[in-house]
Design a protein around this ligand. Structure first.
Ligand code: GRF
Length: 189
């Protein structure tokens, strides 16, 4: 069974969807670790509820990205993690982790990349008045949401769409799509 680590910074609803996919037998993986950079993130509560080990760090307590990623790496190695799933992790992954997990880190982003990379992709799409946006799952490289695309799903943006309503639609798609993509990818590693 492949061991995965989920990285999150916030609510962790995608983390929850991954947990539930494992529980339902739809995702053949062991969620071995949550990595989180925000001590108050709700994702940590979800890990506690499911007895999933977690590593929480404060980036400000380290000299630089390399220093905290070395610490993350130690934890990943301790839990024998094979594959990393980013789910709302609000930091760029550096070379310390990329070199150790080449081709084994994926991310989910709430737009049809390459449109609207970076922060507040939903707000960016609404501001641009596009009629279609969506969700992208991609491999992670050194750039900001730039790695090779694995899967995408489009969502129509209605006339009356608000940030909240679009976010809800996006989350619904993400929660179905991400566990399926993870299952497909980890089968091949
Ligand atoms: C998701 O919309 C994901 O696409 C983006 O961050 C959000 C995380 O949401 N990268 P949650 O913490 O999983 O609820």
């Amino acid at each position: 069974m492949k061991k995965i680590a989920v990285f999150a910074s916030g609510s962790g609803s995608n983390f929850q969807a991954i947990i539930e996919a494992v529980q339902k037998g739809e995702l053949d993986a062991d969620i071995s670790l949550l990595v989180c950079d925000k001590s108050g993130a709700y994702a940590i509560e979800r890990a506690k509820n499911e007895q999933i080990p977690y590593f929480v760090f404060n980036a400000k307590e380290y000299d630089n990205k390399e220093a905290y990623e070395k610490e993350i790496l130690k934890n990943l190695q301790k839990h024998e993690v094979d594959f990393i799933v980013l789910a709302g992790y609000m930091r760029l992954i550096g070379t310390t982790l990329l070199n150790e997990f080449e081709g084994k880190i994926i991310n989910i982003h709430p737009s049809l990349l390459p449109a609207f990379p970076g922060k507040d992709a939903i707000g960016q799409a609404l501001h641009a008045r596009v009629k279609v946006s969506g969700v992208t799952v991609h491999f992670v490289d050194v750039g900001m949401d730039t790695g090779p695309i694995i899967a995408q799903k489009a969502i129509e943006i209605g006339e009356q769409e608000t940030k909240e309503s679009l976010q809800t639609k996006i989350h619904q798609i993400e929660h179905q799509l991400y566990p399926k993509v993870i299952q497909t990818i980890i089968r091949g590693i």
